[in-house]
Design a protein. Structure first.
Length: 390
């Protein structure tokens, strides 16, 4: 039976819907423009993968489901209904407090579609807003405008979906500190339970990467980007939101439980084209292209690659993802997973980061200091390849 290191099947499910209305200029996700795509073929292939995934390994109680993309909400209402029925058929045993999240783009969620989503079990929607200035949205390749944001949130609330989150971005081309302040103020006026606020990363194989290499991407300077991050942290704190992870803010009790699964390095099913999964200390990556994925599911599980994670790698992963969270990493949790003390394994790295003032230590728990939050990547890098042997 496929189980995690605690002997239980995964309690979290990630499902990838790779279709988008268009490709944003910064996006390197496994996504494809919707026009002329075989959507129903893909959803049937997903159904086959789900069936094969659980055939020999009955899933336990599912506590979180997250549907990402792409833009899952480009599915038409009948496609959405088919998809959600598949999920319920193959993962029938839901926790009574399940968190079932779906990513959405403003402008792709009318009342009919949201009604189908709610009836199919979705109870949390995360909208990719990114900014509250239309000129910035156009400049990053988004097709929605600010009016679409308000209308989409209104529609969601009208059908009874109240656990809502929005994504914002900072460090965008031509964005100023004042613009970000305006976006945060408008986002907070929506009084949502959750906000994710990310800095732009220029990824390879994107239009922004091409422009960056030609010196044609007018990004904010480092000082402005630092001011943006400080501004967003202070604004969210002042408004009563906990920064429970480097880029995520929530009202108490409204944190994204699915994402916490990743940050605690716990097991999850990964389904769909290009999806990653982690089960029983084995990672897998699925075939990426839509048609290749569809074909692969006709022959078995659509794996591009699957590989065991060594104990050393699992320990390093535990530190890197766990330190992203405000609560940090505890010796107790580390010992429960690995049967060894965190200090015993990472004494050198922990001492170095404590000495640099980037980590703080309290009652068996290590977490990023205020300074460490600003230089998180330096801290995480300290644990990459830290163990030559265990």
């Amino acid at each position: 039976m496929t189980t995690n290191t605690n002997g239980r099947p995964p309690e979290a499910v990630y499902i990838h819907i790779p279709f988008c209305t268009n490709k944003c200029f910064y996006c390197d996700f496994n996504s494809y423009v919707l026009k002329d795509q075989p959507v129903m073929d893909y959803l049937e292939a997903l159904d086959r993968e789900m069936e094969q995934t659980v055939k020999n390994t009955p899933p336990g109680v599912i506590k979180t489901i997250f549907v990402g993309g792409g833009t899952p909400t480009v599915l038409k209402p009948d496609e959405m209904a088919y998809f959600l029925k598949s999920v319920r058929t193959h993962f029938p045993n839901w926790d009574k407090d399940i968190e079932f999240s779906m990513e959405a783009n403003p402008g792709t969620t009318d009342i009919d579609k949201l009604t189908v989503m709610k009836e199919g079990g979705v109870n949390r929607v995360s909208f990719g807003v990114q900014a509250f200035q239309n000129e910035l949205l156009t400049g990053i390749g988004r097709i929605h405008n600010v009016d679409d944001v308000y209308r989409s949130l209104e529609n969601a609330r009208a059908v009874g979906l109240n656990n809502l989150s929005v994504d914002l971005m900072f460090g965008l081309p031509n964005q100023t500190v004042e613009m970000l302040g305006d976006s945060i103020r408008k986002a907070l006026e929506l009084d949502l339970p959750h906000y994710s606020i990310y800095s732009l990363k220029v990824e390879e194989n994107t239009l922004f990467h091409t422009l960056f290499n030609k010196n044609k991407l007018p990004l904010p300077n480092e000082e402005d980007e630092l001011q943006m991050y400080l501004l967003l942290m202070s604004s969210m704190k002042e408004a009563g939101y906990n920064q429970y992870e480097i880029s995520n803010f929530a009202k108490p009790g409204m944190e994204s439980r699915h994402n916490i699964t990743y940050w605690r390095n716990e097991d999850y099913y990964g389904l769909g084209a290009g999806a990653h999964g982690y089960v029983g200390r084995q990672r897998h990556i699925n075939v990426k292209g839509v048609n290749p994925y569809v074909e692969a599911t006709r022959k078995g599980l659509p794996r591009l690659d699957a590989y065991p994670i060594t104990e050393a790698e699992a320990m390093e992963d535990f530190m890197m993802v766990g330190l992203r969270m405000h609560e940090g990493v505890s010796n107790e949790a580390f010992q429960a997973q690995f049967g060894r003390s965190i200090e015993d394994v990472f004494a050198k790295s922990l001492h170095k980061m404590l000495h640099a003032g980037l980590l703080e230590h309290e009652e068996g728990t290590y977490r990023l200091s205020k300074q460490g939050i600003l230089f998180g990547n330096d801290v995480f890098a300290e644990f990459v390849g830290a163990l030559t042997e265990v």
